[in-house]
Write a protein that binds this ligand. Sequence first.
Ligand code: GLN
Length: 307
Amino acid sequence: MKYNEIFEKIAAELKDYDQIGQVATYIPALAKANPNKFGMYLVTREGHSYFHGDTDETFSIQSISKVLSLVYAFKLVGTDLWKRVGVEPSGSPFNSLVQLEYEQGIPRNPLINAGAIVICDILMSELKNPYQDFIKFLRSLAGNPNIDYCKTTAESEKECGFKNSAHINLMKSYGNIENDAEEVLDFYFHLCSIEMSCKDLAQTFMFLASGGKNPVNNKRIITAQETKRINSIMLLCGFYDEAGEFAFRVGLPGKSGVGGGIVAIYPDQYSIAVWSPGLNTKGNSSKGIKALELFTTITQSNVFGPS
Ligand code: GLN
């Protein structure tokens, strides 16, 4: 069966999916999302694209940006990065403060809020124009010059970012934040606010399915070894306290965001993005996970072997 046909089959099977979940409501920009939106977009290593549904519409990528900021920081500082942030799954919600105290201000991994905030601090120390440089990096990965921050979302994030303030202040007290806390948080909220489509996400993440090279222009983004490290972190930490469940059901490294997007990669084969704004209780797209589970089952493509 061709990928397009598989997408149609999945969409038909999930048309009346009764566990669609609730859209995020903690900020107005996310609360007004239409829970019935659904899109799937796949890019192969050879550059072929397959898609179904609302794949050109942009949405808030939220925590998916945490992988891209991690890649950028890793490029800039190399293995020194691991002095500031760990690589262990947290098994806790994305905004949990509990482990941070035990770990003396060193976040468990870069894909929970505390870890992503440290990554923002590193980018601010390393870059003259972090906002411009980062968005330029993203645009070049996606091949789309229109990708941008959403000011309204970033402002709302700031207005209700009390827990993120707690994270950064706790880390600052342990000496793991170099820059002004308010400025780092502003940058972090801007990263959460970036808007992309399923198409953009699948294109952007393709380098992680191609040993670190952008297959469109053959440009190396990171080394093959660095790619292994990023993919392993996605597999173990990409879904917070549901990372085990995602590996168990889908079997691919991936990353979710509370905007309802999920992107996953199958090394050497494809990158796939799915969007359905309804979230489960862990803050991951409920229908998105189900769609990916069906996809990897039908195509027998997962990192643990055919099933
Ligand atoms: N903006 C959210 C926060 O910082 C990001 C959460 C997410 O996508 N998991 O709380």
